[in-house]
Design a protein around this ligand. Structure first.
Ligand code: ADE
Length: 250
C-alpha cells in the first residue's frame, strides 16, 4: 500500500514514521509513504501557496496551481484522492476497511480556510472528516488515516487481534486485565483465570455489550447486530435495545 501525502509540512510526518509501528512496516516494504511538498509546485517568485478567498471573508485558501502540480506529479491513476476536511464525510472503521483494499491512496492535507473548490471538482474522490471538530491542519487527520488503514493491511498486525477489537462486531471491545491479579484491592474477574475458553468468550461478549450500551449506545441502533448480541441486549434492557433511556445519552 502506498500513501502519497500532499502537505506543506512534510517534516511533521518524520517522527511519526520513525517511531510508530508504521516504521517497522515501512522497513519491511509492506507500506510506503511518499511525502510530496506542495510548495515544490509553487513556481512564482515567493513560492506562494495560499491567497485570500474570492467573495471576501477571513483566512486564506490553498491555491489550485501548486496542488494540481503536486497531484499531477504522481502520474496517471486510477487512485482514490482524499481531501481531509472538517466538511467531509465522517470517518469510521468501515471507511478504514474500504480504504485498506486500495493499492495506493493520495491524502491532501488542507490548511487555512481550505483548498480551491476546483481541485475538489477535478481530482478529489473522497472528502473525509475524522470527527466533528476543527483541527488547525490536515496533517493530524492524515496520520489518523494512515494509522487506521495501514494496521488493516495484511502483514501489519495479527489477524487475530483485528478480529477481537472494538467495532469489529458492531460493539466495543471487552475490558482487559493483566498481572498483578490484585491491584489496589481490585481483583481480576475470576472467570478470566478459570481457563474456560467458552465461558470467557461469553463473559467478554457481555462486557463488550455493556460497555457499548454505556459509552456508545448509538452503535446498538444497527439492525445487523449478531443474534446473540441482540438477545443479551434484550435481556438487560427489557426490550429497549438502544438503552433504557435515550435522553440519558451525552
Ligand atoms: N482538517 C481540519 N479539521 C479536520 C477534521 N476534523 N477532519 C479532517 N481534516 C481536518
Amino acid at each position: 500500500m502506498i500513501f502519497n501525502i500532499l502537505t506543506l509540512f512534510p517534516e511533521s510526518f518524520q517522527g511519526y514514521m520513525d517511531t510508530s509501528i508504521l516504521g517497522k512496516v515501512i522497513e519491511k516494504k509492506i507500506i510506503s509513504v511518499n511525502l510530496v511538498n506542495i510548495r515544490d509546485f509553487a513556481y512564482d517568485k515567493h513560492r506562494k501557496c495560499d491567497d485570500s478567498p474570492y467573495g471576501g471573508g477571513p483566512g486564506m485558501v490553498l491555491k489550485p496551481e501548486p496542488l494540481s502540480g503536486a497531484i499531477e506529479s504522481l502520474g496517471k491513476g486510477p487512485r482514490r484522492v482524499i481531501y481531509l476536511t472538517p466538511a467531509g464525510k465522517l470517518y469510521n472503521q468501515q471507511y478504514a476497511e474500504a480504504l485498506a483494499k486500495e493499492k495506493e491512496l493520495v491524502l491532501i492535507c488542507g490548511k487555512y480556510e481550505g483548498i480551491d473548490q476546483r481541485i475538489i471538482d477535478q481530482y478529489v474522490t473522497d472528502e473525509i472528516s475524522i470527527g466533528d471538530y476543527v483541527l488547525s491542519s490536515g496533517e493530524i487527520a492524515a496520520k489518523v488515516i494512515i494509522d487506521s488503514v495501514s494496521r488493516l493491511v495484511s502483514g501489519v498486525i495479527k489477524e487475530e487481534s483485528l478480529l477481537e477489537e472494538s467495532f469489529n462486531r458492531g460493539i466495543l471491545e471487552y475490558p482487559q486485565y493483566t498481572r498483578p491479579q490484585v491491584f489496589n484491592g481490585r481483583e481480576v474477574p475470576e472467570i478470566l483465570i478459570t481457563g474456560h475458553h467458552a465461558n470467557i468468550q461469553e463473559w467478554r461478549l457481555k462486557k463488550g455489550i455493556e460497555k457499548t450500551l454505556k459509552n456508545r449506545p448509538d452503535l446498538l441502533d444497527r439492525v445487523d447486530l449478531d443474534e446473540n448480541i441482540k438477545e443479551y441486549l434484550n435481556n438487560i434492557t427489557g426490550g429497549q435495545s438502544n438503552g433504557p433511556n435515550k435522553s440519558d445519552r451525552s
